[in-house]
Write a protein that binds this ligand. Sequence first.
Ligand SMILES: NC(=O)c1ccc[n+]([C@@H]2O[C@H](COP(=O)([O-])OP(=O)(O)OC[C@H]3O[C@@H](n4cnc5c(N)ncnc54)[C@H](OP(=O)(O)O)[C@@H]3O)[C@@H](O)[C@H]2O)c1
Length: 705
Amino acid sequence: AMGAVLSRMQKPLGGCVFLATAFDDRLFHAQDSASFSRSYSAKVGSVETLEALVDLGALDFVIGLSSATTWGNIGQTNYTRQVANTIMEGKLARYHNAFSIAAPAIFNTTSMTGTVTTSNAERASHLTTWALSPEELCNCLEDGILKLQDGPFGVYVPALDFDVITESLGPSHLYGHMTRGSQQQGAAVDGEDLHNVLQSLVLQVVDVAADDFSAEVPLTTYGLDSLTAGRLSSALRPWVTLSQMQLLGDMTFAEIEARVAKAQQPKHEEGAPGASNADVAAGAAELERMISKYSIGFDVNAKRPTGPLLPNSVILITGTTGGLGSYFLAQLLADSGVSRVYAFNRPSEKRTVLERQAAGFAARQLDVSLLSSKKLVFVEGDATASQLGLDKEMYETLRRSVTVIIHNAWRLDLNAPLKTFVPNIAGTRNLLDMARASPHADSIRFAFISTIGSTQNWRDLSQQVPEEIVQDASLAVLRGYGEGKYVAERIVAASGIQSSVFRVGQLSGASDTGAWSVTEWVPEIVKSSLKLGSLPDAGGMVSWLPMNKTAPVVLDAVFSPDSPPAVFNLVHPRPVTWHAMMSNLAKSLSAVQGRTFELVPFLDWLNELERLSATLSAEETQAIPALKLLDRLRIYAEACPPLSSDFTEPELRESGGWARLSLDKMLAFSPTLRAMREPEEMIGSEEQAATFVQYWRRQGLLTSA
Ligand SMILES: NC(=O)c1ccc[n+]([C@@H]2O[C@H](COP(=O)([O-])OP(=O)(O)OC[C@H]3O[C@@H](n4cnc5c(N)ncnc54)[C@H](OP(=O)(O)O)[C@@H]3O)[C@@H](O)[C@H]2O)c1
């Protein structure tokens, strides 16, 4: 029968998933040759049948659906341990392109719901506490197929909760080391008491009653946000160092307890030295897997097209409702060389896109009347969906007419883990697919707004980060935001169109109007300083680019008659010291507030902030927005060069430990950036600081101390 199926296939066989299964559960003494044979032929028989007909080793992938109950389950001697599944696993392990998956129970399958008798279902009910949905299983299959690219492996074990498995299958030496219980063994923890202390601390922070609280539910489900995570992080410090980002990464109370227990082990029992290197290596491997997944079908060796810039540009730009997007949109609408601008944004239930855009323009003192331009077409869609979530007609209009894509929309959350950026990465791929399917794919220009965070681990101070795709993913591993951008950079660069990545550095407020969003970290430091009466001082330079200058520099390159290169770095070409910038801000703030603001070393400033927060009510801490950034600011402050550094040109070091970036290509393509080397363009000059402070005053940032 299998031969007949194969002979009817129109296209060559690409891969195979062995799903066939037959249960005949009985206690061991009741098993007979028939019961063994039933399970055996469904599993091993299927593999042997196909092996006889096709060369399994020549397929793209081969997957055997094995079972997590190979670790032992009552009544399944025939099905699992040592027999059907185990033999199938062994057979497939011989192929470099094959793996078996130790699948737990799968919901909504006939073996779980349809064919089992009531008594069987009761017996199997303990398996459902750690079952996967079919969708989750498919994700594992996809992950396994991608993992094959790193080399063969025998069995894929999904990320399961082994404590629950222990409860349902009983303890086993096969997975005992994966349980939390094992991690806590030998920990020098004052058991019950410490548990109670930690739990009441967490309950207090998330403000939940003990009866409504589960140790296994992520704290974010109870409303943990960056502010409360900062408080929890410092409250936990006597026992364990857990950053805001870790706490916000779906951490549960049970995990916190496990970390505390681990932290209390004698030092020599901790992980081997270099464990953090292993974490970085694992993180880099994860990024590489994502890059492979989202560049499937791209030919990295394809020659980059060099078609000319097409006249009367038709622009598709994403994320125009945000800060940078507003400046892009204003400039594009005022540009006579641009014939149409499709402003692509996600819909909002609260306000129309025009209302949001107008508010964004007004907040930045941009000309709101530009929004009545006939050139402007708002498009609301979902970049992650097929055809960008648009109807066929609109998608086709974009595909056929657009000559320049500026992909600027991105979730701007520096604390969020990588997985939350997957929709942004998928959306990037969909936009690239549209560009590749354009009738003028050779000429279309694709600008991707990235960040210097994509090379956030660059620590070689003797070398500048080059304006090239950096092939070492470990340089991006640290925070989900930079990691996601790194993945997208690599995908954009592999897309085979005229794409340019713009690695944008920290942006400051606008140099002309002083518009600097009050929800950004520098204004939040200034706001928090009102309580402390001082501003933080640090060593190092700042190369922050004013928000209003970024779009013109990018557009210089996008509209260049010469084909732009694959990567640009974009920071201020005339850096200034943090100390000079903060001194100027302190001067302006003192003038506006009528009291003197001193500069104190950054770490002292943070310690004082933390000390103060412990004495305030939750409501009062709202006036100190820097508290929700404590973690990030501490990392930044610790990475700043010493304050006393005598900066000379070749030794210039960036504050916050950031690397210096090569700007040669960006300077060559942008007259705007070249002009910014003049002294009057310097960021944080006395005049500019006064403009920022005036803007914040008008926005009400400086009112309540
Ligand atoms: N600000 C900086 O210092 C800085 C530095 C380097 C690079 N960048 C990059 O510059 C670009 C613009 O940043 P910005 O400062 O203008 O940020 P922003 O003010 O937060 O604007 C972000 C834009 O992206 C949209 N967006 C956010 N999350 C999204 C999602 N999950 N799906 C679809 N759209 C989403 C927002 O739409 P809504 O209005 O609907 O939220 C908004 O239009 C981003 O790519 C950012 O990574 C910024």
